[in-house]
Design a protein around this ligand. Sequence first.
Ligand SMILES: Cc1cc2nc3c(=O)[nH]c(=O)nc-3n(C[C@H](O)[C@H](O)[C@H](O)COP(=O)(O)O)c2cc1C
Length: 313
Amino acid sequence: MPFAALLEREGAVLAPMASFSDAPFRLLASGFGALWTVSEMIMSRSLLQGSQGALELLRFHPAEGLRIAQLAGSDPEEVAEAAELAASLAGLRAIDLNMGCPMPKVVSRGAGAALLDDPKRAARMVELVRRRTGLPVSVKLRLGNRGESVLPLALALQDAGAALLRVHGRTARQRYGGRADWNKIAAVAAAVSLPVVGSGDVRSVRDYRQRRALGLGVALARGALGRPWIFAEVRGLAVDREEKREAALRHLRLHLSWYEQHGQTRALRAFRGHLGHYLAAAPAAERRRAMKSEDPALVEESLWRWAGAEGSA
Ligand SMILES: Cc1cc2nc3c(=O)[nH]c(=O)nc-3n(C[C@H](O)[C@H](O)[C@H](O)COP(=O)(O)O)c2cc1C
């Protein structure tokens, strides 16, 4: 996985988002030129136990070329075993390790952001996953749990052979509050010789250009919800309203066929997270009606009317 070569191109990465960055949304993002995409977070132990939920998260669409799965866990041996299994089941091109998730149910198990305080264990995880799979390993970090320096950790991960660091510019304690500090992300990039991708609060083409000017790769998460075309816009391409509406409809149809085995009603309900974002500019009553609907034709009609209506990024 030539991360450095990909980052020379204009464009942004789709950051993993639990409940959102599934195969249909990843395909939309790639179609608009996302540099690469990453699966939702998968707990290593659940995968090794054969949990249906974990296997579902590892499902890639046949049209997805660059397959990268994100794994979380606390025990380096267990995560390496899960990585090997995931790589063979899904034909992965790289593994992304989550060392940034601040959710108590993840951290209390010694996974996610808990690893920020344990550079030795974090480095061992990278080394074992790399050795066991032979794949490049990227790592997702935050700016420490409470703002302590992550430079020792970043250097340890580099020595362990990590191929890329993706840094969310907040501490774990901040969760999603406050502003992401891109100067601190740039300080991490200056301390290592690895490519670094920053993430946090990029919502527009202007935001993207400002972050790019720091010499960093840029990942988008919430800024891409309801606006997958932002990946084309940050590459300097104009996307007109018609294309945006068509993209939203394409997303819905892809989603319904991807989750066909769950039945149409459940599949449509599972689209509501995305739908709320596509209908951000709709009047509240219309939005509510579409969000409650179990009729795909009505949802399509609302998408056609409101997707992309907020103007361009
Ligand atoms: C709903 C949601 C789910 C997320 N799930 C994950 C995840 O599974 N793995 C991960 O590394 N980061 C996850 N993140 C963090 C994002 O990848 C990203 O780092 C963060 O949201 C900051 O970027 P943004 O301001 O562009 O959203 C999630 C964020 C959100 C909002």
